[in-house]
Write a protein that binds this ligand. Structure first.
Ligand SMILES: [Zn+2]
Ligand SMILES: [Zn+2]
Length: 251
């Protein structure tokens, strides 16, 4: 028995897992509750209202004409965030108390299922790519003990076989929780909050990720201001092809 398996066995013994949907013992999301989640078979544009369904397969653009000025090329997400109590609960318990860091595996598997059923299981999409988690500021990271987006990226990386780069994009400004703010306030709040880490070679004249496609990873996509701000910083560092991945999308 591998040490990891043994550790898991002991943890399960002392801290049994219960389904967050129906309280059944065994895991955080049982098969029955997973089956009622509305995992998307489609892709949608970045548009804020009435997002258009769009085909992102085989390198086609992930956004419509209205959204062509955005830095982000497109977004992959698995679940709707509104009125889905279980999705909210899963992500809530992953990010906030009781800080179920282990949920990263379950949530990543939901994204993987979305990639499969929406036809994104082709090498064309994932080759020459890296995953970059949306970073947290130091204060937040200390309070939570981990960056939930990074945990998610690590789990995705195991299946997609593409690397996670966590030291390149950093958050340098403390910001208010975006949840409490209007769209305009969100944009102002997050403006200039991110930067590339100069110590990791993040200077614009020598892009450390030349020619790579970057997938920004976050838990929830709401107005998109956080991801767009991250994408702008990466673009300034010389990266041209930037996409987003989120477990769920609001609106
Ligand atoms: Zn259940
Ligand atoms: Zn659009």
């Amino acid at each position: 028995m591998k040490f990891e398996t043994l550790k898991e066995f002991l943890l399960d013994l002392f801290f049994p897992k219960f389904c967050l949907g129906c309280q059944k013992e065994g895991c955080y999301l049982c098969q029955d509750c997973r089956a009622i989640l509305d995992i998307s078979e489609f892709d949608y544009c970045l548009c804020e209202k009435n997002a258009l369904r769009i085909s992102t397969i085989e390198g086609r653009a992930g956004r419509c004409q209205r959204c062509r000025d955005k830095t982000l090329s497109g977004l992959y997400f698995a679940l709707p965030y509104k009125d889905k109590l279980l999705t909210k609960k899963l992500i809530g318990q992953f990010k906030y108390q009781p800080y179920l860091k282990d949920l990263a595996g379950t949530l990543a598997s939901i994204l993987i299922e979305h990639f499969l059923i929406s036809g994104k299981n082709t090498d064309e999409i994932w080759e020459n790519s890296v995953l970059i988690p949306v970073p947290l500021d130091k204060k937040k990271l200390r309070a939570r003990g981990y960056n939930q987006s990074e945990e998610l990226a690590k789990e995705l990386s195991k299946v997609l076989k593409i690397p996670v780069i966590s030291n390149f994009l950093i958050k340098t400004k403390y910001t208010k929780p975006q949840m409490e703010l209007s769209k305009q306030e969100r944009e102002k709040n997050i403006l200039n909050a991110f930067s590339t880490n100069k110590k990791s070679g993040g200077v614009s004249d020598t892009p450390p990720l030349p020619g790579k496609k970057v997938f920004l990873v976050d838990d929830v996509y709401t107005t998109g201001s956080t991801m767009e701000e991250c994408a702008k910083v990466l673009k300034n560092a010389g990266i041209k092809n930037i996409w987003g991945i989120a477990i769920a999308r609001e609106g």
